[in-house]
Design a protein around this ligand. Structure first.
Ligand SMILES: Nc1ncnc2c1ncn2[C@@H]1O[C@H](COP(=O)(O)OP(=O)(O)OP(=O)(O)O)[C@@H](O)[C@H]1O
Length: 463
């Protein structure tokens, strides 16, 4: 090829390369080994906010200093001596993903740096939007959990005893101390354990309850501590996490701790003392990071004296003992509970029942052996079985099997009159049902002639 032809060929190649450079959507720059720009594609101008002549001949370090971009890939390539990819923010508020490639001579010195950038402003903004949506979602999720969960403001109480308990609970919520909840069945030990969790810094971690009395002894250990693969026949391949592991940094609630078998009590004590557990069949210790709350309606001291509960475990659990009194000792709490439970039942059953004053008085004065659980069941039954929208005292009496007020003695009268009144009512009701004097005498276990005489004396008509 003649020299002229060769020149034409290079000219043409140069023109073509320049064209490619200028037509490219990506921003392409070329710098020499010192970081001085020798060539830039047309698309650089709007992205860097500087004209071509403001870049060509200028050093990348200087442009970095002047804020044309926050970090120069050319400068980074020179600093690191190798290919670099980074995210760059330009003075024109664009976000670019830039790759700088060093071209080396035979002595490994950088002779040129070719940078290719791609505008990712849109992606970055979408990413930011996504992050914002995700954080909103997290917030909504937390709110939802809060509403589904129970926090301290949900507990309605008026009694001084519950006020003291709530003060204590809120005080110790953030401590790691083990809490032992004591009290009769249905007083709300499980409920309060949740309140403690929800009021603590662990509230976004799992709350893991387990009823130690409801799980067969041989399963309880693997439920609590998990097991390794092949620990026993029927075990899952790959093993299984126990509840302590599942609770992680959250709260594990051991309900009915008084029913825990003795051999497991030993293992639990060791676990709590060492702050670590071993899966069944495992040798690797697993750290316990969660908070423990235990509860029982049994008298643990009695169980200890009967040899059914370990004294050392009792003292280990009894760090913060909280005894929740039965409802009969805090009747002031009943109105608030009635209202709260009624609202909840109305919501669940899509009803709008309300309680008449008479019915309300009976509910407030009733002696709930099963405590809040019984109160809850009664209100739910009333909401379901009452036909109209008003729950009357008769509805409550029926469910509580309280005799009608007419049978109650509310005035003191001469005994003779009272006996006559009662005889009259019994006879009228017996005649209503059995019609004949013979049958009435039979059910009342008196002579037929006595029935006739009494009916006459008491002026009772019968056919
Ligand atoms: N303060 C409260 N407000 C509304 N409902 C409550 C409250 N406390 C307890 N309950 C409800 O009463 C029922 C019994 O409560 P919980 O299971 O916590 O009692 P417990 O003392 O743990 O009973 P047990 O000893 O039998 O396990 C549950 O349905 C619970 O939701």
């Amino acid at each position: 090829m003649s020299n002229n032809k060769l020149l034409d060929h290079y000219k043409q190649a140069y023109e073509e390369l320049k064209l490619i450079l200028d037509l490219s959507y990506d921003q392409i720059t070329i710098a020499d080994g010192n970081g001085v720009f020798t060539r830039v594609s047309k698309s650089c101008e709007p992205y860097f906010g500087v004209q071509e002549k403001g870049i060509i001949g200028i050093n990348a370090f200087e442009l970095e200093k002047n804020g044309v971009f926050d970090v120069s890939v050319t400068a980074e390539v020179i600093r690191k001596g190798k290919k670099v990819t980074l995210i760059q923010k330009t003075g024109a508020n664009k976000i670019l993903m830039v790759t700088g490639i060093p071209i080396l001579d035979e002595n490994n010195n950088i002779t040129k740096i070719i940078n290719i950038s791609r505008d990712i402003t849109e992606n970055q903004n979408l990413g930011l939007e996504l992050k914002e949506v995700q954080s909103k979602l997290q917030w909504f999720q937390k709110e939802l959990n809060k509403r589904q969960g129970i926090d301290s403001s949900d507990v309605s109480y008026k009694s001084p005893s519950m006020r003291k308990i709530m003060d204590l609970i809120l005080h110790i919520a953030d401590l790691d101390a083990t809490v032992l909840l004591l009290g009769e069945t249905g007083v709300g030990k499980g409920y309060i354990s949740r309140v403690i969790h929800e009021s603590s810094i662990r509230k976004n971690e799992p709350f893991v309850p387990i009823n130690c009395g409801a799980i067969p002894e041989n399963l309880l250990e693997s439920e609590l501590f998990g097991y390794e693969s092949g620990a026993f026949s029927g075990a899952n391949k790959g093993g299984k996490k126990g509840l302590f592991e599942i609770a992680g940094k959250g709260t594990i609630f051991l309900d009915e701790i008084g029913d825990m078998p003795m051999n497991l009590q030993v293992k639990l004590l060791h676990a709590l003392e060492e702050k670590q557990i071993f899966r069944v069949g495992g040798e690797r210790p697993i750290k316990i990071e969660g908070r423990l709350i235990a509860a029982t309606n049994k008298d643990l001291k009695k169980l200890i004296s009967e040899g059914k509960f370990r004294e050392d475990l009792y003292y280990r659990l009894n760090v913060v003992p909280v005894t929740i009194p039965p409802l009969r000792e805090r009747k002031e709490d009943i109105p608030g509970l009635v209202k709260k439970i009624l609202d909840k039942c109305n919501k669940e059953h899509n009803t709008q029942k309300y309680i008449s004053q008479g019915a309300y008085n009976i509910l407030i004065n009733y002696d709930y052996k099963g405590n809040i659980r019984e109160l809850g069941n009664i209100i739910e039954r009333l909401v379901i079985t009452t036909l109209g929208d008003i729950i009357e005292d008769i509805n409550v009496r029926e469910i509580l099997e309280i005799p009608n007020e007419q049978n109650n003695i509310d005035e003191i009268i001469p005994l003779k009159l009272a006996v006559e009144d009662l005889e009259r009512r019994i006879l009228i009701s017996a005649f209503d049902k059995y019609k004949t004097t013979r049958k009435v005498a039979e059910v009342l276990k008196i002579d037929q002639s006595t029935v006739v005489k009494k009916a006459k004396k008491l002026n009772i008509k019968y056919c």
